[in-house]
Design a binder for this molecule. Structure first.
Ligand SMILES: NC(=O)c1ccc[n+]([C@@H]2O[C@H](COP(=O)([O-])OP(=O)(O)OC[C@H]3O[C@@H](n4cnc5c(N)ncnc54)[C@H](O)[C@@H]3O)[C@@H](O)[C@H]2O)c1
Length: 338
């Protein structure tokens, strides 16, 4: 986070009478490792940190996931207070207790969030003034996750998708008056799923956390591909995770329509919303379908070797579709191919 945010977080704790030991982590997926966790654990162990003393995570989702895992393992668990400073972390990563780091696999692959723990925060404090310094594309990534929540929110918040879509341009222009409402409504949606299925139980009946993966099987397959960017310009490569999710939502909506599960009107509303994020909804330079389908079948949502997609059935309701035919997945990919 910018120095001003770090200093203000630290001084407010000091003013409240806490003795603070600061540790910093450069927020990147490459640093989201067991080595970073080990460094932080050793650093805490060198202080007089007691079992009831909290770890405070001040930063985006990378910092939150690492710090949460450190808190889950130090002395077998000390409290974690999440202070998210990105929109994505405020509406998504800080809520629900998933913590963890990436693991390097043989062959140079990196598996995201493969080592971790469920460790619920003792408290989550989101101060929207922190968002003012966010780079535009990082902010947009958070808005993409808000669109995803809107496509799932039927039982919690019936018009979240249309409200978000209608207000996207205002949010992007920095109008902050509705940000607390945006965050509160999104947290309610995430929390609703977490309450029903805290550990993402594979045998979950009824709506579970798996639905929060809407758009992510497509997104994970494209986000690490070299040369892709949200506007076709190579200098803006690689895609941010949230941008990949936005393309994933367009692909999922087209796939759902091809299966006869989503109306053409709702499919088109998803594309319009993604374009309101200020990005193209079609990617220049997408590799051939078979490579992407292959990458999709490596995703962790694959079960028993069969592809499993979360697809929208309306602007608010999603469902899990097991083993969809490759031809309809290709319709989804065609929808995001320039
Ligand atoms: N635990 C969960 O349930 C969950 C859910 C979704 C995502 N995640 C994880 O979250 C991570 C992505 O989080 P993210 O999008 O917040 O990215 P991030 O943590 O990498 O932050 C993005 C960038 O913004 C900077 N930054 C953070 N706050 C800032 C501020 N206020 N002003 C200016 N710059 C700021 C960071 O230094 C970083 O460069 C991924 O690792 C993902 O796996 C976890």
């Amino acid at each position: 986070v910018p120095q001003a945010i770090a200093s203000s977080g630290q001084s407010s704790l000091t003013r409240a009478g806490f003795s603070v030991t600061a540790a910093s982590v450069r927020a990147s997926e490459a640093n989201k490792t067991l080595d970073t966790v080990a460094r932080l654990l050793h650093q805490i162990a060198s202080t007089r940190h007691e079992r009831s003393d909290p770890v405070v995570a001040l930063g985006g989702g990378v910092v939150g996931d690492i710090s949460g895992f450190v808190a889950a393992t130090y002395r077998r668990g000390v409290p974690i207070v999440q202070c998210p400073t990105t929109l994505l972390a405020m509406v998504d990563a800080s809520v629900g207790g998933k913590t963890g780091v990436n693991l390097a696999l043989p062959g140079g692959l990196v598996a995201k969030n493969l080592a971790g723990a469920f460790w619920q925060p003792a408290q989550v404090l989101a101060d929207t003034t922190a968002l003012a310094s966010l780079p535009e594309r990082v902010f947009r990534s958070g808005l993409a996750e808000c669109l995803k929540h809107g496509l799932l929110s039927h039982e919690v918040d019936q018009n979240l998708f249309s409200w978000t879509s209608q207000n996207l341009v205002r949010f992007r222009l920095g109008e902050s008056a509705s940000l607390p409402e945006l965050i509160e409504r999104n947290v309610r949606v995430k929390a609703w799923f977490v309450e029903r299925d805290e550990r993402e139980n594979p045998a979950q009946s009824g709506p579970g956390r798996v639905l929060l993966n809407l758009g992510h099987t497509f997104a994970h397959a494209i986000e690490t591909l070299p040369g892709l960017s949200p506007d076709g310009r190579p200098e803006n490569s690689p895609l941010q995770h949230g941008e990949a999710v936005a393309f994933g939502l367009v692909a999922a909506a087209a796939t759902a329509h091809a299966l006869g599960r989503l109306s053409a009107e709702d499919r088109d509303s998803v594309r319009v919303a993604v374009e309101r994020l200020g990005m193209e909804s079609r990617l220049v330079g997408l590799p051939p379908d078979d490579l992407i389908v292959e990458a999709m079948s490596h995703d962790k949502k694959v079960s028993g070797g069969r592809l499993r997609l979360v697809l929208p059935a309306s602007l608010g309701r999603c469902e899990v579709v097991e083993d969809p035919p490759v031809s309809v997945v290709q319709v989804g990919l065609a929808a995001i191919r320039a």
